[in-house]
Design a binder for this molecule. Structure first.
Ligand SMILES: [Zn+2]
Length: 469
């Protein structure tokens, strides 16, 4: 076919029925709503000035949905996109209309005047959840170990319903920073807390482990893994001698353990979903990266994944349904704050397992799509999609002589893509990196993600959107 340009090119493609797949004529951009822009994505050669202007909304949001891809730097997003959608394809998270980058550094333990350039999920989570920088390993405490109020606690105190959803243990750093305050992220149950967080232990007059504190904070919806910590025994206080699960039941939680019981959960009581003892299972499998590389191959669905385990998108849809329904039943017109974490993008990056990492990124993207569907029907909803820190994986030339571990995958394009893991020698856990990461937004206050901000600014964007202090 002869190459045409301008309107005739569109006409030619239109006749062939290809217009939608290739792009949209410039004239259409003038009538695009923020929802249409979000639905279509940003991949276009049209003038987007008007559409971006329309996407900027001030004021308050009724609801906030915060998506955290753990360890999901630009490199992890690009790897997942290339593999699953092709280099010119787009993920659901790519469709948010306003995008910026934010810095993620933490502070040095013992000398908080000095940055620690590579954060962990605990310090970064504490940063976006409280607006204050702290040291690696801290769960919403300041560098001196003092609790700092979190966005979920402030939302709850101000009458919003709250949800906290993850594919990790619910006591893992990202879900923990919203409803617990301990000096060490390892203090997931009463036993670990006695050993590593004496100042927080119940028997010493503290608020207890992360599991106990999450129950005490009592979000309306708390979903993920980590059931084993709920079987530990509370050591002091009104629940001494009982399990943390007993404490959750006394707090009126409905306990659900699989996809069916989650589906049946109702909105008139809070819901605690504990679907695995540890972290939830991976969506995909494939060869691990190794020194010298792998033969080009493709990823496979994880056949050992139990069908009874809900996917992150299922948990997100149910959380939205529960939080929305509860609002309808009550006199209050206030909305909700919901955090959704794709946790094992990070964990499989640590393990130099590209298919595990990509499958979790795609599972997270499906959850983002569910959140955007909700927001399109509830335009007073702020959606943020971001990460907590960068990570190891990099796309390198197929003929590069990397000293690290590599794997070559055949992508959606039918082309080989080589992924490199080289922040530690083979056999050791790969490391986070100190790069800035993407933050994207849609809805009221989303303009505050544009440009280069810091992770702690996200706390202020969320609190301004909900009108809480
Ligand atoms: Zn990590």
């Amino acid at each position: 076919m002869r190459v045409l340009s301008g309107p005739r090119r569109w006409l030619a493609f239109g006749v062939l029925g290809l217009t939608v797949a290739v792009g949209a004529p410039a004239a259409l951009a003038q009538s695009e709503s923020p929802q249409e822009l979000a639905a279509r994505g940003n991949s276009s050669s049209v003038d987007r000035t008007h559409a971006v202007r329309q996407a900027i909304q001030g004021g308050r949001a009724r609801n906030v949905i915060l998506f955290i891809g753990d360890g999901m730097g630009d490199s992890e997003i690009t790897i997942a996109r290339n593999y699953a959608k092709g280099a010119a394809g787009r993920l659901a998270m790519d469709a948010l209309p306003l995008t910026g980058a934010y810095t993620t550094y933490s502070v040095t333990k013992g000398d908080p005047s000095k940055p620690d350039y590579v954060t962990d999920s605990a310090a970064s989570g504490s940063g976006w959840a409280t607006g204050k920088k702290t040291y690696n390993g801290a769960i919403s405490v300041d560098p001196q170990g003092k609790p700092v109020p979190t966005i979920l606690e402030l939302a709850k105190r101000n009458g919003f319903r709250t949800g906290d959803v993850t594919t990790a243990e619910v006591q893992d750093a990202t879900p923990a920073v919203l409803g617990a305050h301990v000096v060490n992220r390892d203090c997931k149950g009463p036993d670990e807390t006695s050993a590593k967080c004496a100042v927080n232990a119940k028997e010493n007059g503290g608020a207890g482990s992360i599991a106990e504190q999450l129950v005490q904070t009592r979000p309306d919806v708390l979903l993920g893994g980590g059931a084993k910590y709920f079987r530990q025994t509370v050591k002091a206080g009104p629940f001494a001698g009982k399990t943390v699960l007993d404490q959750a039941k006394a707090a009126d939680y409905q306990i659900v353990t699989d996809a069916n019981s989650l589906r049946d959960a109702h909105a008139n009581k809070p819901v605690l979903g504990l679907f695995t003892d540890g972290n939830m299972d991976l969506q995909w499998t494939g060869p691990g990266a190794k020194v010298g590389g792998t033969a080009p191959t493709t990823c496979q669905p994880n056949t050992t994944l139990p069908a009874s385990q809900p996917k992150l998108a299922d948990m997100t849809r149910k959380a939205l349904d529960l939080l929305e329904r509860k609002g309808r039943d009550r006199w209050t017109s206030k909305g909700f704050f919901l955090q959704v974490e794709g946790a094992s993008i990070d964990k499989q990056d640590h393990a130099a397992n590209p298919c595990g990492q990509i499958g979790e990124t795609i599972g997270f993207d499906d959850a983002v799509a569910a959140g955007m569907d909700y927001a399109k029907n509830h335009p007073d909803t702020l959606v943020i999609v971001t990460a907590d820190h960068g990570h190891t994986s990099q796309i390198i030339p197929n003929d590069a002589k990397s000293p690290g571990q590599t794997a070559t995958l055949v992508t959606h394009d039918g082309a080989p893509m080589t992924i490199n893991y080289a922040t530690n020698p083979a056999g050791q856990s790969q490391e986070h990196t100190g790069t800035q990461v993407r933050i994207a937004g849609y809805g009221p206050q989303a303009a505050n993600v544009v440009g280069v901000t810091d992770q702690t600014d996200l706390f202020r964007t969320l609190s301004r959107a909900l009108g809480v202090r």
